[in-house]
Design a protein around this ligand. Structure first.
Ligand code: FAD
Length: 319
């Protein structure tokens, strides 16, 4: 049996959780899932539709929002109860954080950002994991009675499975110190647009956009294409766009059908976040920019003239 730690934000399931369930099923047909906190009524059915045999929903008055140590305590309680062969969490900042707490408390090794996992009953589990922002794949053995691993975003596509899973609630035993670190407030972007992580099309801007006002034409194109806006770290560091839109090693890792990189040079830390895009179109004045090594199509030109023309052509094609 494999235990998956699912992630959700205010009840909205992180789609990476479904990828983790799919990966777990390839290791063992029996997959249980931990869902911590006031998960939306929709989350558990999504997990069972992807093959989870059981979803354990941790409910506690102190679990009002994300609380990493409390989530780890709930996971430890289930580990003791269910004795899984492995615990898999999402390779997101939250999944890595929660599982790192589990590993530290149990003094076990943890493998982060894995693209493939092979269980070994003798305790020498093989993992292939991303290193250097995904520029290198490392094969490693994890010597542990219990494999703790996080799955790299988009390493394995989520696949539905016909399984009649059960859902049960339980109350984890928590100490007040377990929720000393927790989300207590949210400010700024309240969301509402298309989420970056699961967008099928992303229009992304870099330093070449020139400033916050330069994003207006990217927003116009995104609206026409039903796309999300992304950006490089230079852009978020300059305060042109919020950090929630940053793509890359220290931002969100995305896997859209189409990624339009406008005025982005293609530094390895940026590519680490968008290399899983099915098609990359680069718009750049520099034909030798590193992004050209990854782009499937390129427009060599000034984005300030290319993008308005693209917006107009898209409008016309839509009638
Ligand atoms: C530890 C670490 C983590 C990092 N994490 C991330 C990360 O998560 N995400 C990330 O993006 N970066 C990250 N970086 C930063 C990264 O190394 C680059 O500095 C950054 O990605 C560059 O952003 P950029 O492409 O927008 O800017 P630049 O590298 O300055 O490129 C701008 C591009 O725009 C083109 N251009 C200029 N004017 C125009 C125009 N008018 N029309 C068309 N093209 C034009 C230029 O030719 C150039 O290619 C990280 C760095 C470190 C050290």
């Amino acid at each position: 049996m494999i235990l998956v730690i699912a992630d959700h934000d205010l009840g909205i399931l992180d789609p990476l959780s479904l990828q983790a369930v799919t990966a777990a099923r390839s290791l063992d047909p029996e997959v249980h899932v931990l869902l911590v906190g006031a998960a939306d009524a929709d989350a558990a059915p999504q997990l069972t539709a992807h093959g989870a045999a059981a979803v354990h929903v941790a409910q506690h008055d102190a679990l009002t929002d994300y609380a990493p140590l409390a989530s780890a305590r709930a996971a430890l309680q289930l580990i003791d109860e269910l004795s899984p062969r492995a615990v898999i969490a999402t390779g997101s900042p939250r999944g890595n954080e929660v599982l790192a707490h589990v590993a530290a408390i149990r003094d076990l090794p943890m493998a982060a950002d894995c693209v493939s996992l092979t269980l070994d009953d003798a305790g020498s589990h093989q993992v292939v994991r991303n290193r250097w922002g995904g520029n290198l794949l490392e094969t490693a053995l994890v010597h542990s009675p219990l494999l703790l691993a996080t799955l790299a975003p988009h390493a394995i596509p989520a696949a539905e499975a016909s399984a009649a899973g059960t859902v049960r609630e339980f109350t984890p035993t928590l100490d007040p110190s377990d929720t000393a670190v927790r989300v207590i407030d949210r400010t700024g972007d309240a969301g509402g647009g298309i989420g970056l992580a699961d967008a099928r099309v992303i229009v992304s801007g870099g330093r070449g956009v020139g400033g916050p006002e330069g994003f207006k034409v990217l927003e116009d194109l995104a609206a026409l294409l039903g796309a999300a806006i992304g950006c490089s770290r230079v852009v978020t560091s300059a305060g042109w766009r919020p950090h929630s839109e940053q793509v890359g090693q220290t931002g969100t890792k995305v896997a859209p059908d189409l990624y339009i990189a406008c005025g982005i040079s293609g530094a390895t830390q940026h590519i680490a976040g968008c290399r899983n895009a099915k098609t990359i179109i680069a718009i750049n004045t520099d034909k030798d920019a590193p992004i050209m090594g990854y782009a499937h199509y390129a427009v060599i030109g000034d984005l300030h003239s290319v993008l308005p023309a693209l917006v107009q052509a898209t409008r016309e094609s839509k009638g």
